[in-house]
Write a protein that binds this ligand. Structure first.
Ligand SMILES: [Zn+2]
Length: 170
């Protein structure tokens, strides 16, 4: 079996308890966003943590393994579903926006998982996933699936962001 990693990441084989990689350790101590333990109350506590309150939506979702497994590739579709701009500060989210963000995290990740991953990525056998990615480098300058405004790309916090200028006003 041969595996490969794109962008950054790692593949390890190790006896249980023998790996001290901090990303792995952190991820193992927090509930998966696909689990029942990751519920509205848990998410509200994450949002209200003093350490995260000053962050923007993108940084909150995709850094520090705050939400295990959630990275730049999946947060774009999550933020479109929630109608929140990646630069939006958490502290200024309205209660309905906070609810929408929670719902979008759960439903988007569930859809990606159920459909075998995103179509922008391949599995170990080279087969693309069945989830049709809405916001990626392949959909720049194409119509937003919700409103048909053209999807825009920008650089932000050391990566690319993809947004609908109409659905995701800052
Ligand atoms: Zn739109």
């Amino acid at each position: 079996m041969i595996g490969s990693v794109q962008m950054y990441g790692g593949l390890w084989c190790f006896p249980a308890g023998a790996l001290d990689n901090p990303y792995y350790q952190t991820a193992k101590t927090k509930p998966s966003p696909l689990s029942q333990a990751f519920d509205a109350r848990y998410f509200r506590d994450l949002l209200d943590d003093p350490a995260t309150h000053k962050l923007c939506a993108k940084t909150f979702l995709a850094t520090e393994q705050r939400i295990p497994g959630l990275g730049n590739g999946v947060l774009q579709d999550i933020l479109l579903a929630a109608k929140i701009h990646p630069k939006h500060k958490l502290a200024t989210l309205t209660p309905p926006e906070r609810d929408a963000l929670f719902t979008a995290v759960k439903s988007t990740l569930a859809a990606m998982t159920d459909q075998g991953g995103r179509d922008t990525e391949a599995d170990l056998f080279g087969n693309p996933g069945g989830y049709r990615t809405r916001m990626s480098r392949y959909t720049v300058d194409r119509p937003c699936p919700d409103c048909e405004s053209l999807i825009r790309k920008a650089s932000f916090m050391g990566g690319s962001i993809y947004c609908c200028p109409a659905c995701q006003e800052i």
